[in-house]
Design a protein around this ligand. Structure first.
Ligand SMILES: CC(C)(COP(=O)(O)OP(=O)(O)OC[C@H]1O[C@@H](n2cnc3c(N)ncnc32)[C@H](O)[C@@H]1OP(=O)(O)O)[C@@H](O)C(=O)NCCC(=O)NCCS
Length: 216
């Protein structure tokens, strides 16, 4: 699954590792374990599964046994010269990494392919986006895709800028046939970024990615 997913979600040079059964994840290091010492077992499992995927992905970049700590905003602290992102659902964990020479930043997100809970759409989507979602074809949970697109974008955005964004600060346009989405930052103080958003529906999941490319 990982190979075709990687190609559908990311430009070449990005490595994606996924794990389907979270209980198969390798142990955390002592310092990583410390980061979740007060967490409930489910959270420890997903944290370990994300780190497992990250370590396997980093190995493919030639970086062995990297201890992946986190910053004050929960963001993973990747090795120098590496950009990356982690996501987990109850069923899957995934980590994507790349050399910072290949892409400027990246984000990944996984959600269950089911509609958002009642009322959530208005929290995460602008009126324009809600209108856009209702015009999209097929029996797909486009509202959840919209949410996931914003989550993956935020994971790419934050390490670059260290600025918090609200859901209504960006506009997502979904291109269903191309399996892509466009993201526009609506706050004028931020310079435009060259972002590629992609998505994949698998049997019961939605996978989204946001890649910030270097400008030529
Ligand atoms: C950070 C956030 C996007 C994570 O998404 P989530 O659905 O809770 O969970 P996921 O499993 O998909 O991703 C969690 C992983 O994201 C990563 N992450 C968390 N905060 C991050 C940040 N500030 N920057 C980059 N990555 C971050 C972590 O690796 C985390 O896993 P870990 O704690 O096990 O290491 C979300 O919790 C959040 O804070 N959202 C609010 C901000 C937002 O999305 N705004 C939208 C504006 S467009």
């Amino acid at each position: 699954m990982s190979n075709s997913l990687t190609q559908r979600l990311f430009p070449s040079g990005v490595i994606l590792e996924t794990l389907e059964d979270l209980s198969r994840a390798e142990p955390l290091t002592a310092r990583e374990l410390q980061l979740v010492s007060k967490a409930v077992p489910k959270r420890v499992d997903e944290f370990r599964a994300g780190r497992h995927c990250a370590r396997h992905a980093l190995r493919k970049l030639g970086i062995e046994n990297f201890e992946l700590l986190k910053g004050p905003n929960r963001e993973p602290i990747w090795p120098a010269g590496v950009v990356g992102s982690i996501s987990h659902s109850e069923k899957y964990a995934a980590a994507a990494v790349a050399s910072s020479k290949v892409v400027k930043s990246l984000g990944i997100d996984i959600e269950r392919a089911k509609p958002l809970a009642d009322g959530l759409c208005h929290t995460i989507a602008t009126p324009d986006e809600i209108r856009m979602v209702t015009t999209l074809p097929g029996d797909r949970p486009w509202d959840t895709l919209l949410f996931s697109a914003k989550e993956s974008f935020y994971k790419a955005w934050f390490p670059l800028t260290r600025k918090v964004l609200e859901f209504h600060d960006v506009r997502v346009d979904i291109e269903p046939i191309a399996e892509r989405f466009r993201i526009q930052i609506l706050k004028e103080e931020y310079p435009p970024l060259n972002i590629i958003g992609r998505f994949v529906f698998t049997e019961d999941m939605i996978w989204t990615s946001a890649t910030v490319q270097h400008c030529d």
